[in-house]
Structures are given as C-alpha cells and as structure tokens.
Design a protein around this ligand. Structure first.
Ligand SMILES: [Zn+2]
Length: 262
C-alpha cells in the first residue's frame, strides 16, 4: 500500500492522518490521431501524479493523489465517435464538489494536475475563489516544461495533441497501448492541421474554439513519427523533479493571511 495514493490507502490510515496537499489529476476520453488510446490524457496525468507524489512523499511532504477524472471537455471534438464530453460548467461543478470534500476533510491546498488542453480551468479557480477554504493551484503539465524542452531541442516537432511529445510519453509509460501498423510503424498520420482564412486567427490575437474535424485529419495535431520512449523518459526527468519540488514547498508552507505570498 502506498498511503499517498488515495485509491490504494484505507480508513485505518486516513482515520488518524491528515494530508496537507491533495493532487487531482484531470484527463479526457477522446481520440488521439489513429494510434494513441482514448485514455491517453488520463494515463499521462495518473502516471505523472504517481511519480511526483511518490517523490514528494519520499522527501517528507504530506501529499495525497486522488483518482483522476477520466472525462474532460470535448465540445470541439463532438464530431469524432466517443469523444466523451463534460461541459465546462459541469466540470466546474464536479471539481467544486470534490474541492468541498477535500476542504471538509481539512485539506486546504489542492493542485489540479491537468493533462487535457480542452479543460479550461482558470474560470474554475475564479469561480471557487472565496467560496472555499481550500487554495487551488492549477498546473497544465504540458506547459510546465515547454520552454525547457524547446531550449534543449528535445522534440523535433511542436506538439499540440497526439504529436511527438504525447506519443513519446506513451511509448515510455504505456507502450502496449500505442497502435502500430503491420510493418511496425506508428499507426498515425502526420498530424497536419488546417490554417485559418484569417491572419488574426493564424497569428493568435483572435481565437475561437477550434472544430477538430476541420482542423485535423484524424484528431491529431502535431507530427508523432519522431517520438521515442527515450524522449518520453527525458520529458519525465524534466517534469517530475520540478513538480515534486513544488509539492514539497506547498506541503511545508503555512497558511496565514498572506498565503501564498511572501
Ligand atoms: Zn492528449
């Protein structure tokens, strides 16, 4: 039993133990190009959550990893089969209810470990602010090390969804679920995306929620073919110490009037 994983622990442990920090992983159930499993985001969040909470626990932090929410917002993938949508307002309510359960158990530091780009969670923080005793922290892990990965040239191609980064992660941590064709190549297309007819949208200063059946060919954005398990492990080596360190700092911090400021 790993007492820092809620799904594995028991009441005999939680009865007399109060955790300082809870980590809630958020995933999705959606297509990822042709080759990655529908649970990719959920698996990523869970694997990463286990790794960072384990590392933080070994270093003396008092953390608990919650089971991942396996569904996310998929309104813009609705034309793909079995993209299992939870609307933003519903997700807000689910997270709000879970945060209330945590606060009721005396846990006032909550990290949302998000793995799904379609989950827009900042409004959740704004909505719950002042309504709960818990302090919410949002980490979209795929953004946490993007600049460093770019600086060290870790990936050949920029990744948005089911591209080189996610496929490398999958090859490192759940390779048995990565689809391959008969000749052993990745069962994926090149992940090309359509350009908008407006430069304002291409330049990014006007945005929309992109309909993925028009944006992509097979729900993939980013070329996955240069992915390797080695790159996935290097990504984890970049991510895990950084996130674990944050959990340690958070666990040790006292909640006073100025928290989380100095
Ligand atoms: Zn994904």
């Amino acid at each position: 039993m790993r007492p820092w994983i809620l799904a594995e622990t028991n009441y005999a442990h939680t009865k007399d133990h109060r955790y300082e920090v809870a980590v809630l992983p958020l995933g999705a159930t959606e297509p990822h190009n042709l080759h990655l499993p529908y649970a990719t985001d959920t698996l990523e969040a869970s694997v990463l959550g286990e790794r960072i909470c384990g590392e933080a626990d070994r270093r003396g932090a008092n953390v608990v990893l919650l089971p991942a929410i396996p569904y996310g917002t998929e309104t813009n993938l609705s034309r793909f089969p079995l993209a299992m949508n939870v609307r933003p307002t519903t997700l807000l309510r689910v997270i709000g209810d879970l945060v209330e359960s945590l606060a009721g158990s005396g846990i006032r530091k909550v990290v949302l470990l998000n793995s799904h780009g379609g989950n827009d969670l900042k409004p959740v923080l704004r909505e719950l602010h002042g309504k709960t005793a818990a302090h919410l922290f949002l980490c979209n892990w795929y953004q946490a090390v993007r600049a460093d990965a770019r600086a060290m040239g870790l990936f050949e191609h920029e990744d948005d969804h089911a591209g080189e980064m996610e496929t490398s992660f999958a090859l490192a941590y759940f390779p048995e679920l990565v689809g391959r064709s008969a000749d052993g190549r990745l069962l994926a297309d090149a992940g090309a995306t359509a350009r908008f007819r407006f430069s304002a949208l291409n330049d990014g200063w006007v945005s929309i929620t992109r309909p993925w059946h028009l944006l992509t060919t097979n729900a993939g954005s980013g070329n996955p073919h240069a992915a390797t398990a080695e790159k996935g492990k290097r990504l984890m080596d970049l991510l895990a110490p950084r996130l674990a360190e944050f959990l340690c700092e958070l666990s040790a911090a006292e909640i006073d009037d100025r928290f989380p400021f100095e």
